[in-house]
Design a protein around this ligand. Structure first.
Ligand SMILES: C[C@H](N)C(=O)N[C@@H](Cc1c[nH]cn1)C(=O)O
Ligand SMILES: [Zn+2]
Ligand SMILES: [Zn+2]
Length: 476
């Protein structure tokens, strides 16, 4: 079977695909703030319209409401769609998310985050370009290219696109559980494109993710912010308590200081250690992704990967309600909320993690003898996931990589979290493959997020080739 015509069409039509990416990057579908909820819903509606234009049957599912920024708001729709129902074909379920992380030009972007621009190195820069609008659009472009040349897609496609992945996938697990024997019945395998290659040139197949527990530390003092000249030295300052608590969570070598956390981590076996040996990863790749900074914690690249994939990490994210703007405001913030998360790994249990963190911070706060009020906010959870890369779904993914990139993919785990992965595996009892298009230096969640034009275009080819390899692969 030759896919050359499909590949040629993708090459020829790439400017149209990039124009579509520009259209959707312009929709600021930030799921974590109420004022962007209407845009997030609009983004979901754009996908429904595009799927219908391609001839898919869609189902818009409303997951309910949530409390956000002091309001009750509708959760964005979960978009389910079916393309092909031939009982003689395999059926693959494709998941992606259409929400994005916040982004402001003032964060340090060189260009407006919601205007996709292409620079001289053919980087397509804009929020969501790699996480996850580029990959989501990529699947739809692969269908379009097949249609254009009259090439049959040899598998049935089901889609599940959500708008809350960056905010804990609220509402999605219940929909999957309710539809496991309904909409999702007949699915043979699952594919997700929402992570990144190990380096900049070689694709990978991914069989593991870390989980996440997200926290807030609220320290409340006076009823309003104070003048530090009038009140400094006379009151317990909430920021002082908060900074002390945040500093107690992790040391500068990245070691988590909450007792009991490391006790839950699965032991490293010899077999697992071997999986790190042949990997094409050096600290040069890490430095590239750090924008040239050489600030690694570990001397050995294998240790770096283990600490990304199979050990937990605690990261401090920010402080809501604290003064952060330029200039020298002499304020005592009255109610700062510190944000941090723990990336979790097998065999950590999210509820045990919450309990250990809460107990530890309350005990540390007691030591401060402060008259302020502490509240620990246990936010969203996502469980870690590890699966077997020996399944035929991975064989099809590897063959697709070989066809498009002429090389064997790396087999990787991922340090980030996609909470729904384990839900699909458990609820549908089917293998899940992560098949990314983005490179290690794409800067997801960061400033100047990008996807390289090459990755976007070759990624569309990869998805199309995967359809054909899935159809051909032996399942015994
Ligand atoms: C790996 C995926 N593209 C991703 O970025 N996932 C997020 C999920 C999340 C959890 N809380 C907020 N976002 C991540 O790993 O941070
Ligand atoms: Zn993300
Ligand atoms: Zn993502």
């Amino acid at each position: 079977m030759s896919l050359d015509k499909f590949f040629d069409t993708v090459n020829q039509d790439q400017d149209n695909y990039v124009a579509k990416l520009k259209e959707i990057v312009a929709i600021p579908s930030i799921s974590c703030v109420a004022e962007r909820r209407a845009d997030t819903v609009r983004m979901g509606e754009w996908i429904i319209a595009e799927l219908e234009r391609l001839g898919a049957t869609t189902k818009r599912v409303e997951p309910g409401t949530q409390q956000l920024d002091g309001q009750t708001v509708d959760l964005p729709p979960v978009v389910l769609a079916t393309y092909g129902t031939d009982p003689s074909k395999k059926t693959v379920l494709i998941y992606g998310h259409y929400d994005v992380q916040p982004a402001l030009k003032e964060d340090g972007w060189n260009t407006d985050p919601f205007t996709l621009v292409e620079d001289k190195e053919h980087r397509l820069i804009g929020r969501g370009s790699t996480d996850d609008k580029g990959p989501v659009l990529g699947w739809l472009c692969a269908i379009e290219a097949h249609q254009k040349i009259g090439l049959d897609i040899p598998v049935n496609l089901k889609f599940c696109f959500e708008g809350m992945e960056e905010s804990g996938s609220e509402g999605l697990d219940a929909i999957i559980a309710a539809e496991a024997e309904g909409y999702f019945k007949g699915v043979d395998c699952v594919c997700i494109s929402d992570n990144y290659w190990l380096g900049k040139t070689k694709p990978c197949l991914t069989y593991g993710l870390r989980g996440i527990n997200y926290f807030g530390i609220s320290v409340k003092g006076p009823a309003q912010d104070l003048h530090s000249g009038v009140f400094g030295g006379t009151v317990h300052e909430p920021m002082t308590d908060l900074i002390t608590l945040m500093a107690s969570l992790v040391d500068s070598q990245g070691r988590i200081r909450v007792p009991g956390i490391m006790d839950q981590v699965a032991d490293l076996t010899d077999a697992e250690k071997k999986t790190y040996e042949g990997l094409d990863f050096s600290h040069a790749d890490l430095h590239a992704a750090l924008g040239g900074a050489k600030t690694e914690l570990h001397a050995d690249p294998q240790d770096t990967l283990m600490h990304r994939w199979r050990y937990p990490a605690l990261s401090l994210h920010g402080i809501e309600g604290a003064f952060y703007a330029p200039g020298g405001k002499t304020v005592i913030p009255s109610h700062p909320i510190g944000k941090f998360s723990i990336r979790t790994v097998p065999d950590m249990d999210p509820h045990t993690v919450d309990k250990l963190v809460k107990e530890y911070l309350e005990a540390e706060f007691k030591k401060l003898n402060s008259k302020n009020t502490l509240t620990i906010i246990c936010g969203h959870h996502g469980k870690p996931w590890v699966s077997s890369p020996d399944h035929w779904n991975f064989v099809a993914g590897a063959k697709a990589v070989e066809r498009v990139f002429n090389c064997q993919p790396d087999l990787t785990r991922e340090g980030g979290s996609i909470p729904v992965t384990l839900t699909f595996q458990d609820a549908l009892k089917k293998n899940v493959l992560l098949l990314p298009m983005g490179a290690c230096d794409d800067g997801a969640h960061s400033i100047n997020e990008k996807v390289d034009r090459r990755n976007f275009v070759e990624g569309i080819k990869l998805y199309g080739a995967y359809f054909h390899e899935l159809a051909a692969v032996k399942t015994e």
